[in-house]
Design a protein around this ligand. Structure first.
Ligand code: NZQ
Length: 385
């Protein structure tokens, strides 16, 4: 196992009715900015619950954070923060709102001249306003992790800092009942691929991490399709298991002490940056191609994945790996996700654009061993065609 230091201090309040906890989690003298997206929280009762929980607080609001949050939108929040002397950011939404709030919180206290440098130059962040999250879409793990992704003019760039890890997160599976099938699918597959990015690398004998990861993958394979079927989609146990899996998939635990890949994400970000494809739908296209192109480097873990996650024990090693990749694609299709570039009507000319963007963003040494050069990324995209 690799050396690691692990701390995740986000306090989690899980279960129905837990939005009430905002009243005690946020200091009574704080000036709170409630930040949300396009308004789904006004239709499903979440906004009312938040307003009720904050009845003894001084709070203001900022809305309109779009999916794949945009830098220009997030910078507009800075004026509200200054005007009202805001000292607490309360994110209410999915990963885009949580990520957007992390950037807002960091930009508010940024000591440099241009907050864009946090993303474009990966400038370190010394401090940020404190953040709480009411999660409405289980997918990204953003509610308890240190990461955020922000888009500006087609450039979708990540940053990470311990300063933006939320202080607390409310996970109420009941608020996910209003999600569309498309967002449910996106969330399940995003969580699945987060797990794969930290699992499907090479073995360092991280047995605890591997078995945690395999448990998450099996849970998502089992519960994900149920959240789309009419007879089970409103079952709160199904929703709870998906929600907890998505948080656990990217809270730092399964990735501590093991190599991590993330090539699927970096290539996927270019698809969203250039064509505004939903994040998870880029991943379901890229991951199978990564599994195929990197099958030699990932051989041992692919066999372990085949046996432990899909219970494939018969056939040659190559046949078992082929079958595991096919079953992964079947699972994505069962979740109504695209698995090829052609499924989203992209082709060879688009690959050239994506390659130029990968190069422009310095994504030239990807994967757990940094072996995914631009030439290999091209093979992956061609494989995904
Ligand atoms: O904006 P509103 O009106 O709230 O609607 C949202 C949005 O249109 C809607 N929605 C959310 N909760 C709902 C709901 N609709 C009905 N009922 C609910 N309960 O869903 C739509 C998509 O929301 P979004 O937040 O964009 O989705 P997601 O949670 O998948 O977040 C995606 C973003 O997170 C980034 C992605 O790149 C993307 O920008 N990621 C962040 C990561 C992290 N911080 O660690 C890792 C991820 O891999 C990912 O890169």
């Amino acid at each position: 196992m690799l050396n690691f230091s692990f701390q995740n201090q986000t306090r989690i309040h899980f279960g129905e009715g837990q939005i009430d906890k905002l009243s005690t989690e946020i200091p009574k003298d704080a000036k709170v900015l409630v930040v949300y997206g396009g308004g789904s929280i006004k239709n499903n009762g979440v906004y009312d619950q938040v307003v009720n929980a904050l009845k003894d607080h001084t709070w203001f609001e900022f809305s309109g954070i779009e999916p794949n949050p945009k830098y220009d939108t997030l910078m507009k929040a800075q004026a509200v923060i200054k005007e009202h002397d805001i000292d607490y950011i309360m994110a209410v939404g999915g990963g885009s709102v949580a990520d957007g709030c992390k950037f807002i919180a960091a930009a508010a206290l940024y000591a440099g001249d241009d907050p864009w440098d946090i993303l474009a130059k990966q400038q370190p962040i010394e401090s940020a306003l404190p953040i709480g999250v009411v999660l409405t879409l289980p997918a990204t793990g953003s509610e308890t992790n240190t990461n955020a992704v922000v888009t500006r003019d087609g450039n979708k760039l990540p940053f990470s800092s311990a300063a933006v890890r939320p202080q607390f997160a409310v996970l109420d599976p009941a608020v996910t009942l209003s999600l569309s099938d498309r967002q449910i699918s996106n969330g399940v597959v995003d969580a699945f691929i987060h797990t794969m990015e930290q699992y499907l690398t090479y073995s360092v004998s991280g047995k605890v991490q591997d078995r945690f990861a395999e448990g998450l993958l099996q849970t998502l394979i089992e519960e994900g399709p149920k959240a789309l079927q009419p007879e089970t989609k409103d079952n709160l146990d199904v929703r709870a298991n998906i929600m907890w899996s998505a948080t656990m998939a990217l809270n730092g635990l399964i990735g501590a002490g093991v190599p991590q890949d993330w090539a699927t994400h970096m290539i996927g970000h270019e698809l969203t940056g250039a064509y505004e494809i939903d994040h998870a739908r880029t991943l379901s296209i890229v991951l199978p191609a990564v599994m195929k192109v990197r099958r030699t480097a990932k051989h041992e873990k692919l066999l372990q994945y085949a046996e432990r996650v899909w219970h494939i024990t018969q056939g040659s090693e190559d046949q078992r790996i082929d079958q595991a990749i096919a079953l992964t694609e079947d699972f994505f299709q069962k979740m109504a996700m695209p698995i090829r570039l052609s499924d989203i009507e992209l082709g060879a000319a688009d690959i050239d654009i994506l390659m130029a963007n990968l190069e422009g963003h310095g994504m030239v040494e990807l994967g757990e061993t940094k072996e995914i050069t631009l030439a290999i990324s091209r093979q992956i995209l061609e494989q995904a065609s």
